[in-house]
Structures are given as C-alpha cells and as structure tokens.
Design a protein around this ligand. Sequence first.
Ligand SMILES: Nc1ncnc2c1ncn2[C@@H]1O[C@H](COP(=O)(O)OP(=O)(O)O)[C@@H](O)[C@H]1O
Ligand SMILES: [Mg+2]
Length: 336
Amino acid sequence: MPAPAFLLPSHPLDPRRVDPQFAWEARLLRDLGGEHHLVDHDALLAGDAHPAVRGVPAGRGPFWYRGWMLPSHRYAEFAAALAERGGQLLTSPPGYASAHELPGWYEVFEGATPQSVWLPAAGTEPFGGARLAAAVARLGGRGPAIVKDYVKSRKHEWDEACFIPELADLPAVERVVARFVELQAEHLAGGVVLRRFEEFTRVGWETRAAPSGDGPDGASGGGPGADRDTDRSAARGAARHAGDGRRRAVEARVWWLDGEPVLVGPHPDLPGCPAAPDLSVVRPLVRALGCRFVTTDLAERADGSGWRVVEVGDGQVSELPRGIDPSGLLIALLAA
Ligand SMILES: Nc1ncnc2c1ncn2[C@@H]1O[C@H](COP(=O)(O)OP(=O)(O)O)[C@@H](O)[C@H]1O
Ligand SMILES: [Mg+2]
C-alpha cells in the first residue's frame, strides 16, 4: 500500500492555496516527503462533498485528513465522495464519530473521565423541564457541573454558558443550559452533555496562552510552576472558578496512533504549559476504543491523585499546539 497522503483544507478565498491555519503543517509535510491535496472545507460543511473533493486525484489514497472539525454526518459524506473516486480515509465514519463525540467514547473511558450524562437533541424539544431534571438526577443531583455539547463547550463564556455551580439549583441549571443552547444555535453538536465538575490543577491562562494565530514559534507564557493552583477543596475551587473563568486546567494533549502515544504536548490553549501525564490508565482505554488516530486531553487532579481524561478527540481534527515540533507525529502518520 502506498504511504498515506494528507487532505488539508484550502484557503477560503483561493482554492489553490492551503488554509493559512494549516500552512505550517503543509510545509512540514513537504519537507518530510509527504504528499498533500486540498479539500474545500466550506463546501464539505455545506453538504457539497463532491465539489469539495474535486481537487483530490482519483485513485489515490489512503488518506489522512488534517483540518477543521466536521460534524460526523458531513465526515461520512466526505468519505463517501472520496470513495466514489477510489480514495479511502484511514479513519472510517463510525470511527470518526466515536472519537469525536462524547457519547461515542464515554463508555470506554467511564471511570477515567468526569461522570457525564447527555440529552440528545430532539427536534424543537427544549432541554429544560422534567427531561433536564431527570438528567441532573442521573448525575447525582448535587454538586458543581459543566455543560457542553457532544463535541465542544463554551468555556470562554464560563459563568454564563459553561459552569453550573450547583446542580441542586435547577433554575440555575436551566439558565446555563438554555444560554449554552442559545449561543451554540445551529452549531449545537448532537445534544447537551452535563459533566460533574472536578478540581484540576489550574493556571491563570491569560498571562500564559499565546493568542491564537501566532506562528509555530509564537508560544508565549512562562514555564510550569509559577502561579499554579493546587487548592484541594472542590467547593472552594468551584466557587473561585465560577468567579474567574479564565483560570484554566493545565492539560496535556496526547496524540495516539494505533494505541501508541506518538506525541505528548501541551494543550493548544496553554501552549506554554507543558505537562507530563501518567498514561498507564489511559493507554488500555485508547486501545479499547479501537480508533487508529485519536487525541486525549488529560488534566491532573488538583490533589495530585492522578490524571483524568477531560476529552477524547479524532486526531485528524485536533488542534496542534504552537511551539512544538510535530515531525515525529507526521512521520508516524506517513508510515501508518
Ligand atoms: N468535568 C470537568 N471538571 C472540571 N473542569 C472541566 C470539566 N470539563 C471541562 N472542564 C474545563 O473546561 C474546559 C473545556 O472543556 P472541554 O470538555 O475540554 O471542552 P472544549 O471541547 O470546548 O475544549 C476544559 O479545558 C477544562 O478546563
Ligand atoms: Mg477541550
């Protein structure tokens, strides 16, 4: 089988150029002797998969996609359009969905990730009332929690649309969930997820994170250690977190290929904060998930009692943090 080629998103205004966000990956791939072709992400999102893959040579593949997130059903259309041209994505549509959406990976990671419940979107049925109360009860009915959809949170609107200080306060739960749903609007992926809040080691990230759009070497921020918070009290931590959503958990993003961790780096939101996670619990779980190329975001419990899986992602659509060298990852993908 030939070495996999990469499919990268084209520039929104110039289909012959790579999207600026992925230009450095394209350059690196070229330097490593890899091949890439461009796909039109806007067309994929709009449901126009055939024109989106027009620039991909027929009969070529297999392919890794590296690009912006796609809803699972759009990824399936993408795979089908490539298949019609004799091309194959190395991650199947069911594999993509199971790494990309929380309900797809939760069962495998249960116990190693914060306890979670979800409510699938059902037409125009609201996420409040008895349905939400039952979900809250399934989550234990009290304590702090966070809300997100099957894929993303609105962590930047922490107080308003992410953090639930107390599940027992049902009107407040309804308010945060309703605001989350309102802000996600047509981008709501799958449904609403409620997760028990856990206390992780955190840092005041506005002083550390590089603004997005920095070049590969643009990571700012100090080293680990300073300004770290290891407060052990979940209640006190939750209260402070509610008042200061810009204090972010220090996460490590681990990139797995065929069950092996091929790259361990910081989370893209905190590129200046490297972490060295213990992978012993996570490794067999990643293998059990059975997807070839995934990421896991890991955070350390504030009391130092171990590492937790904050989220799992499909490696094709996980953001690479600036300031690290992903050559080893790309070489492994080219050899997969
Ligand atoms: N269960 C939780 N307990 C504590 N903090 C959490 C929890 N879930 C998420 N967070 C915090 O919220 C952030 C965003 O949540 P995450 O699930 O990673 O969503 P996103 O896909 O938007 O990154 C995380 O980086 C972490 O800081
Ligand atoms: Mg995250």
